[in-house]
Ligand binder design. Structure first.
Ligand code: MG
Length: 409
């Protein structure tokens, strides 16, 4: 499951009244925005982070967003994109949504002004949205809630407290649910309200009292106190971590498989593993129809749980028409590297009746290895016929099976 996080930091914090955007103020010595972004950058369930910033900050984003080093402590590196915020909160979220990977299954949205959401709260919200479609963190009301008559400071009614929850963020959505919600594009203070209005069930996840929203200067002393308490326990946790390194991370490796088949027709080049093999027929396809590159691309994306080749390089997209499949493979390898992972080895079987590929295998291994940025001895390519059986055996198609091992760098 691929998860994208959108941090809504596009507002100027008018209620705050400070000269600089409130998300750049520091609490406990760190900017509010850095705190809200870093918990997602270091989160094991989140694959990419999109930050919607006020337009005036886009050209000169804060240093901590520019410097990947600031997050080096937080485990695997992952894509961090910066987009311009819009006039309203949901415009910022919509801009973030457009910049997020087309492969994301779940999108989690968070207010930059809530710097203390824990990794556990984020994980529970993502899990509930993956299961139910939409979910938000919310706190049960502790005070008795009175509803006032409209325009007057007179109680119209007392609401039953046990059914009142105060909405927080994170809020998470399956991709299709968020698409429906953003299509409504009404002026609201959270995306969950849009999802409700679009007719989706929205699950409540138990929020955290410390997950406060910093809205006015009166909130700052409370934020300082929370920062002091959470930073102290985070330091203690980091010290314990340094003493006993995580067994999950150590020796971490994962396998993925890929398969591809293309028809063979006259008048097309036969490109296999980046090498054009002399042949009277070639593979039919939108790109160069290189089954070896396509199968390996799927294998490494699969091993990293990053979706598949069709999600990242859809053949309906004119950008990938006649694309070199070696180039697509290199792009997929960079996506894997951005997760802090590297390709250990790949092994491929090409199923093709004729011509024989034996004389070209070394050139293919070197071309594929270069795209993957690894040594050629870690790339294996083997040829096979289908003994005259089925369409591949009759020479009407070429197929490839690939397996890849990836591991933490
Ligand atoms: Mg293909």
């Amino acid at each position: 499951m691929y998860v994208s996080a959108i941090i809504a930091a596009g507002g100027r914090g008018r209620r705050f009244g400070a000269a600089e955007p409130k998300q750049l103020l520091t609490v406990g010595g760190r900017p509010i925005l850095e705190r809200s972004v870093s918990v997602f950058l270091s989160h094991p369930s989140v694959h990419e982070v999109v930050v919607a910033l006020p337009r005036e900050l886009i050209d000169d984003p804060p240093a901590f967003l520019r410097s990947a080093k600031a997050f080096a402590l937080h485990g695997p590196r992952k894509p961090l994109r910066i987009v311009a915020g819009g006039a309203r909160r949901q415009d910022s979220v919509a801009n973030g949504f457009r910049a997020a990977s087309a492969a994301s299954d779940v999108i989690v949205i968070h207010d930059a002004a809530r710097p203390f959401a824990t990794a556990d709260l984020i994980a529970r919200t993502i899990a509930a949205a993956a299961e139910s479609g939409a979910a938000l963190a919310a706190l049960p009301a502790r005070d008795t809630v009175k509803q006032a008559a409209s325009g007057e400071l007179v109680v119209a009614q007392t609401l039953p407290r046990d059914s009142i929850f105060l909405a927080q963020t994170p809020q998470a959505f399956r991709r299709s649910v968020l698409e429906d919600a953003l299509r409504l594009a009404d002026d609201v203070t959270d995306e969950a309200s849009l999802a409700e209005r679009a007719g989706h069930r929205v699950r409540l996840v138990k929020g955290e009292a410390s997950n406060i929203k910093i809205t006015t200067p009166e909130d700052l002393p409370i934020a300082e106190a929370i920062a002091e308490a959470t930073d102290r326990s985070a330091e203690a946790f980091a010290r314990r971590g340094a003493e006993s390194p995580s067994p999950e991370r150590e020796g971490f490796s994962r396998a993925g498989t890929g398969y591809d088949l293309h028809r063979l027709v006259a008048g097309r080049p036969l490109v296999i593993g980046g090498v054009t093999v002399p042949s009277d027929v070639g593979a039919l396809g939108h790109s160069d129809a290189d089954v070896v590159c396509h199968a390996i691309t799927d294998a490494i994306l699969g091993a990293a749980s990053l979706g598949d080749i069709g999600a990242h390089f859809p053949d309906a997209d004119p950008r990938w028409k006649d694309a070199s499949s070696l180039d697509l493979l290199a792009r997929a390898a960079r996506m894997v590297a951005e997760q802090g992972l590297e390709v250990g080895n790949v092994d491929v079987t090409v199923v093709l009746e004729r011509p024989k590929i034996r004389d070209h295998v070394d050139a293919m291994r070197h071309a594929v290895a270069k795209a993957l940025a690894i040594d050629a001895e870690r790339v294996s390519i083997k040829g096979k016929t289908n003994e005259g059986v089925d369409a591949v055996g009759r020479g009407e198609a070429i197929a490839a099976h690939a397996i890849a091992l990836i591991r933490a760098r």
